[in-house]
Design a protein around this ligand. Structure first.
Ligand code: PRP
Length: 220
């Protein structure tokens, strides 16, 4: 039995679609219910529906063999896992954002306060990459509020369409990282269940390559 931790929501749907395209029977995972463990003896697949930020934890401890999770969560959680495939979907960017008036002037503000749901990514970017010390304020959502209401000068957050920023008079000031969904594997499972996991990784990689080639042909 292979246990796959899915991020409840849109990523889970897309992950199931991809596994199906790769030749796996994922009907157990599509069951409409509040059950958090969905398994099928016949296919040897067990899906667990986890909160996205917990997926790396389940996989690191081996409670799940495989996980599908956003790169943002992986960067924030910093877990000890194999990251084996960039699935391409769930694409967005992790950015430093703030008022349009700060464009090109970010480095001129000393001792900035930076609000974010991602304190570890924020620390790694400002203190690690930019060698700048900042005050990090952890929020749990609607982070765009912080610079509007004077809680912080800037934020570090996910930008997908850019609509939330635009409608709140904010803009991208710097790009921290490109984000998309990734497949991660537990280090022990990779060895102990190699016969099941490697073919699955291969089949998923082939599907991703086909989709990437289609996108390139369509000029996307
Ligand atoms: C995310 C993110 C931004 C928004 C970006 O928030 O934190 O606020 O989506 O998307 P956009 O560029 O397409 O507008 P989410 O909807 O997850 O809710 P949250 O504010 O509670 O984090």
């Amino acid at each position: 039995m292979i246990t796959i931790a899915l991020s409840k929501g849109r990523l889970a749907e897309k992950a199931l679609d991809l596994l199906e395209a790769a030749g796996y029977d994922v009907s157990a995972g599509r069951e409409e219910s509040r059950k958090l463990i969905l398994e099928d003896e016949k296919t040897g697949l067990r899906f667990i529906m986890a909160k996205p930020s917990d997926v790396p934890t389940y996989v690191e401890y081996g409670a799940a063999d495989i996980g599908v999770v956003g790169k943002d969560t992986l960067l924030e959680e910093g877990r000890n896992l194999y990251e084996v495939i960039d699935l391409g979907f769930g694409a967005c960017r992790m950015c430093v954002c703030g008022p349009v008036s700060l464009k090109g002037k970010l480095d001129q503000i000393p001792n900035k306060r930076v609000a974010s749901k991602y304190p570890n990514i924020t620390r790694a970017y400002f203190e690690g990459t930019k060698k700048e010390s900042v005050e990090i304020i952890k929020l749990n959502g609607s982070v765009e509020l912080a610079p509007l209401i004077g809680l912080s000068e800037v934020i570090v957050d996910i930008v997908e369409s850019g609509r939330t920023l635009k409608e709140n008079g904010l803009d991208v000031l710097e790009v921290v990282a490109d984000i998309s969904a990734r497949v991660v594997v537990n280090r022990v499972s990779m060895k102990m269940k190699e016969a099941e996991i490697l073919p699955m990784i291969d089949a998923l990689r082939k599907q991703v390559a086909i989709r990437n080639a289609q996108k390139a042909a369509e000029g996307k």
